[in-house]
Design a protein around this ligand. Sequence first.
Ligand code: NAP
Length: 327
Amino acid sequence: MRTFQVVAGGGPVAPATRQVPTPSAGEVLVRVKASSINARDLLIVSGRYSIEVPPGRIPLSDGAGVVEAVGDGVSRFRVGDRVVSTFHPTWLYGRFPEWGELHGTQRDGWLTEYLAVDEQSLVAVPEQLSFEEAATLPCAALTAWSAVSGVGPGDALLVQGSGGVSVFALQFARLAGARVLATTSGDEKARRLGTLGASDVVNYVSTPEWGARVQALTGGGADRVVEIGGAGTLAQSIDAVAHGGQIALVGNLASGSGMDVTRFFRRAATLRSISVGSRSDFERMNKVIGRHGLRPVIDRVVPFEQAPEAFAHFENGPRFGKVVISH
Ligand SMILES: NC(=O)c1ccc[n+]([C@@H]2O[C@H](COP(=O)([O-])OP(=O)(O)OC[C@H]3O[C@@H](n4cnc5c(N)ncnc54)[C@H](OP(=O)(O)O)[C@@H]3O)[C@@H](O)[C@H]2O)c1
């Protein structure tokens, strides 16, 4: 089978061939139909991730496909079922457990034609979604779902930028009846965020003090901020959040000095860190996606053979939403 793998020292993923795996007891063999790229995957393949990833590792945490064969004792899926991966393969439900092994780092990932995985680590693809759409869900969508949880009508939520997590967060918050404000760096992206339901979009380049702008627009601040910038945006998020509101800490895309603890105290806000979500969270999210007919926003679908170009486009853009690889 054809795969791509991480190269020593980081760089474009390299093509390789491997044997099609045989599923062990409790495993299913998935014929992968689509995969998608997240910010973490880019760090991994470029050698910039926080833990060392061995050369030869197959990257990508997110993939969707068809069950091709099942090992002994498999009961959740049958041959022909449409399945999608989970980011935390061993976090099935409840509170976040110890970090387990993840695809793309300690285990081979989904940038391959076939992968044998524990049946417990998969969920069914929502009926109305294509494989390409389903492959966007395991990391970005579920993270957004977790970051938005508890938000409802009357709440104001702020998303940062137009990347994978933020666009899903906008979509889920609108479904929940909340008002959504967004920051972005370009006019065309601002227009598209508005089309998806953002009531107000602030350009964070021309308005570096966007926290005050969000305060003014909302008359008291955002009840929830989905924080994807981290150290570089947290100070503005603290300005933007309402008294008693919550900052859902998701990412660290923007470098900077972090937070002013005194200002944070004054807000009496909560800072909650997110780590994607559990399998049962994923299943609940998929029910809502199915019920409301939500469609993931895909920037571009790139053929499998052009996986290195997909990473280059993910890194250099311009893009809006998810980059998907069709296998
Ligand atoms: N904790 C978790 O469970 C979890 C899960 C998934 C992802 N993450 C992390 O969350 C972050 C976002 O992930 P992603 O997959 O959505 O990334 P992504 O698709 O690469 O997001 C890129 C977008 O982020 C926006 N952005 C970058 N710097 C910004 C800034 N200073 N202010 C506002 N927007 C900014 C830009 O939007 P514009 O082009 O519109 O300006 C850019 O297009 C990453 O750090 C990722 O590692 C964490």
